[in-house]
Ligand binder design. Structure first.
Ligand code: SF4
Ligand code: SF4
Length: 433
């Protein structure tokens, strides 16, 4: 007959001895301490393992919820609650990474560097908000993006930004997108991640300059609704264009607009457009001439931008670490600077020849010549396109959110009397059933 008590006692004793043995140091650990101070990273760590897929799943679910809340339920409180959840999850819990905004660079690098394989989760993060925007407008911005959420949460007293200023400042986002794509394509730097203004808050650490930048944006964001989204976000640039094509999107009134004007000042992002007045005949003639002039100007702006970008190639190339290293080695070899740097010491320790380095840097500068030309042409095209869109007057019969600028926050719904009728009908229906 088996007697369990002694066996259990023996097992427990073995366990205690085993655990104690694990805790013993068999000999003193070696001293590896040096003066080297490990630098703190400024970009969040990439997600690993199963978390990538959990994040992608949470993104998909929250996008579906955001779509339902923005387009069907039309309830600002619920949208705000979802937004806070996404801020807590994607921002503070997951350290703001993966983020679709930074994923632009991963996608670009995949296209230009055959040796780089984009993780599936990053691809999902990049593509899913775009697909939702294409069908339902900017529901991602309204309730899911943690960068949008942190700004939305601090908005206390929105002031109106004049349209001309808003249009001008928005050009920065296009330039930022172009630069982010160029530097990622060249393998120089992921500037969008490096200068992410809020990731330091999410991680409760980071480079102090970026923290100050993010702090200033939040301070401004208390009075100017979502300044990063409106004037800086490179992903927002893509979302703007896609949301113009969206089949279903935010409409202020659930039925016909009765032009009561109650919603006119409701939007903190200046996204509500008034009905247009018919143009007098003589203005049409002036507008036609202006349009013809701008159409001629467009290729000139593209050409001038391309030329300017090409001229800046030396400066742009300096963003690449290899070009900077070649410059440093040249200065050291010709005694134009004193001392060495960590990078130049490491270069010499590797035994690579300076000629090889100079040749690689020259090749990179040539590539930056082409890249700079394309970036400049893109900026010229954006400026020309902006002037063209400003000169074209669209007919609008009702108060409508501009599909590109509307961030799907749901604030304007509560201002519409037709929306109140809809809610009342809903409540009555519930009571009857
Ligand atoms: S505009 Fe950019 S930062 Fe703002 S909510 Fe949209 S994706 Fe996020
Ligand atoms: S949902 Fe309404 S309030 Fe919000 S951004 Fe769009 S138009 Fe403005």
């Amino acid at each position: 007959m088996v007697r369990p008590r002694p066996i259990l006692v023996a097992l427990a004793a073995l366990l205690v001895v085993g655990v104690a043995a694990l805790g013993l140091e068999r000999f003193p650990p070696p001293e590896f301490e040096t003066d080297y101070v490990r630098p703190t990273t400024t970009a969040p760590n990439p997600p690993q393992g199963v978390w990538e897929y959990v994040d992608a799943g949470v993104l998909a679910v929250t996008l579906v919820l955001a779509t339902v809340l923005v387009l069907r339920t039309r309830n600002r409180k619920l949208i705000f609650t979802l937004m806070l959840f996404c801020l807590a999850y994607f921002g503070f819990f997951r350290d703001g990474c993966v983020c679709p905004i930074g994923a632009i660079q991963n996608v670009t690098l995949t296209a230009f560097d055959p040796g780089y394989a984009i993780p599936l989760a990053v691809l999902i993060f990049f593509a899913l908000p775009l697909v939702f925007t294409l069908f339902f407008g900017r529901v991602f911005c309204g309730a899911v993006c943690p960068l949008g959420a942190i700004q939305d949460a601090v908005l206390i007293h929105p002031v109106r930004v004049p349209r001309w200023l808003e249009s001008g400042l928005r050009l920065i986002a296009y330039l930022y997108l172009g630069a982010g794509v160029l530097f990622a394509a060249m393998g120089a730097m992921f500037i969008i991640c490096r200068y992410d203004p809020f990731v330091g808050f999410f991680r409760l650490s980071g480079n102090w300059e970026i923290l100050v930048f993010g702090g200033c944006l939040l301070l401004i964001g208390m009075f100017v609704g979502r300044p990063y989204c409106r004037f800086l976000c490179p992903y927002g640039v893509i979302l703007r264009q896609l949301s113009r094509l969206s089949r279903w999107r935010v409409t202020i009134t659930p039925t016909d607009c009765i032009q009561c004007r109650l919603c006119e000042d409701a939007c903190p992002f200046g996204a509500i457009r008034k009905p247009t007045e018919p143009w007098p005949d003589k203005e049409y003639k002036v507008a036609r001439r202006r349009l013809a002039f701008l159409l001629v100007l467009l290729p000139v702006l593209i050409g001038a931008g391309g030329w300017g970008g090409y001229e800046l190639r030396q400066w742009l190339a300096l963003v690449h670490p290899e070009v900077r290293l070649a410059q440093r080695i040249y200065l050291e070899e010709n005694a134009l600077v004193e001392g060495t740097t960590d990078a130049s010491d490491a270069f010499r320790a590797l035994g690579r020849s300076s000629d090889e380095l100079y040749a690689a840097a020259t090749q990179l500068r040539d590539r930056f010549g082409l890249g700079g030309t394309l970036l400049g042409a893109f900026v010229g095209c954006v400026i020309g396109g902006k002037l063209l869109t400003l000169s074209v007057k669209r007919r609008r019969a009702d108060y409508e959110p501009d599909p590109a600028s509307c961030l799907a926050c749901g604030r304007c719904y509560a201002y519409c009397p037709k929306e109140h009728e809809r809610l009342k009908r809903g409540r009555e229906g519930l009571i009857r059933h």
